[in-house]
Design a protein around this ligand. Structure first.
Ligand SMILES: NC(=O)c1ccc[n+]([C@@H]2O[C@H](COP(=O)([O-])OP(=O)(O)OC[C@H]3O[C@@H](n4cnc5c(N)ncnc54)[C@H](O)[C@@H]3O)[C@@H](O)[C@H]2O)c1
Length: 382
């Protein structure tokens, strides 16, 4: 297949582009490199020293002989996006290219507006580009499990059967997003669902859990292919953040009681889920939703598991319960369905102590790069 990986310079997009290229697909990367600029804005960095996008793809070609053309530009510029579609004529468009940090979207009005304009416009543009330039192209869009929030009933995959006053229907599952970022994903989902119905677009919305880990088989082929690893209070996510905190002797920062339960998956499974979605395209007009995660944990459970593994390596670790900067339930029911990807063949790569040890060891190797000032959360929801 000819596949565009939009956001292919990012944490999920880079290993996905390499994995799909390795499987024999013709992959092109589209990215405006804004993630690197947000690091500059926040005076932050990736824990791992990442090469430029040009260096990365040149190294991939040197090692594998496979070409990954890169298109550096903004999905929000429609003429540019159309031109990329004209040149690539994609069978699938994998859309990672959004501002993906909840805290970044909550910094102030400007960041909330930027997040929603960037994310919603980019997705609308790709829907129009598919309609106009490649009507059979399968949109594989990254959503998030955070679209659902934490309802007091089981979370289904996109839809729920409702009985109301003696009648029955299957309707979109109710959404209770917890930040302006998560709201942007819900807006995207609605826009995609509408265009599937109105224009016959084929789309898969992947409601992804929190992704942890660093390496895939492909990124480990050479230091220049290393993936980025975020740890700061704005872009760092639970688990990866705890492991990095443990590596530098920082308290593990559990927000509030730590009872918040979230769905997770390893980056090694992200890349396989995307391939499974690409190999099994949605039908024309179908808005398909997969919950893309393999396990769920409470934040407190994760902190305790990291503590055990880190202490085995003589790192001294303290779990600190700090005031929760977010507005979220800390004690709640959580039970989410994830059978669609498993039914299509996903074999989960689960979180074992060995996996934790591997990520921790990468963190220890790079710990001198941590800017300690950036570790604590500074953005409040209130
Ligand atoms: N990382 C996670 O834990 C996680 C969890 C659930 C969902 N997701 C979703 O997966 C996707 C990828 O996440 P990630 O962690 O790799 O993020 P990331 O920030 O590392 O990568 C996103 C990439 O998209 C690019 N980008 C952003 N806006 C763009 C635009 N307008 N035009 C072109 N390029 C643009 C950025 O430069 C960056 O390289 C996001 O949509 C995110 O919401 C991520």
């Amino acid at each position: 297949m000819r596949i565009i990986v939009a956001g292919g310079d990012g944490f999920c997009g880079w290993p996905t582009a390499l994995y799909l290229s390795k499987q024999g697909h013709d992959v092109a990367i589209l990215d405006n490199l804004s993630r690197r600029k947000w690091d500059d804005e926040l005076r932050s960095n990736s824990l791992t020293p990442i090469a430029t996008l040009e260096e990365r793809v040149a190294k991939w070609k040197e090692i594998t002989g496979k070409d990954i053309p890169i298109y550096v530009g903004d999905m929000c510029h429609y003429d540019y996006l159309r031109e990329v579609f004209r040149q690539v004529n994609p069978d699938a468009f994998v859309h990672f290219a959004e501002q993906r940090s909840a805290p970044y979207s909550m910094i102030d009005r400007d960041h909330a507006v930027f997040t929603q304009v960037n994310n919603v416009t980019g997705t609308l543009n790709v829907l129009y580009a598919i309609k106009e330039m490649a009507p059979d192209c399968h949109l594989i869009k990254l959503g998030t499990m955070g679209e659902y929030g934490t309802p007091n009933i089981d979370i289904e995959e996109g839809y729920i059967k409702i009985q109301h006053k003696g009648r029955e229907d299957i309707l979109p599952y109710p959404k209770q997003p917890g930040s302006f970022y998560h709201l942007s994903k819900v807006h995207d989902s609605h826009n995609i669902m509408f265009t599937c119905r109105a224009w016959g677009i084929r789309a898969t919305d992947l409601n992804q859990g929190v992704v942890y880990g660093l390496d895939t088989d492909e990124t480990m082929l050479d230091p220049m292919l290393v993936n980025r690893l975020d740890y700061d209070g704005v872009f760092g996510t639970a688990l990866n953040r705890f492991l990095i905190q443990a590596s530098i002797g920082h308290d593990l920062t559990v927000y509030g009681s730590g009872g918040q339960t979230r769905a997770f998956l390893n980056i090694k499974d992200t890349v396989r889920c995307i391939e499974i979605a690409a190999n099994n395209p949605a039908d024309r007009g179908e808005f398909r939703v997969f919950n893309q995660f393999t396990e769920w944990f409470s934040v407190q459970d994760l902190a305790e598991r990291v503590k055990i593994v880190a202490e085995e390596q003589d790192l001294s670790v303290n779990i600190a319960h700090i005031e929760n900067p977010r507005v979220e339930k800390e004690d709640h029911y959580y039970n989410a369905v994830n059978t669609n990807l498993l039914d299509l063949g996903l074999q989960p790569y689960l979180l074992t102590d060995e996996v934790l040890r591997d990520i921790l060891s990468a963190c220890v190797t790079n710990k001198s790069r941590v800017i300690v000032d950036n570790v604590m959360p500074k953005v409040s929801w209130k």
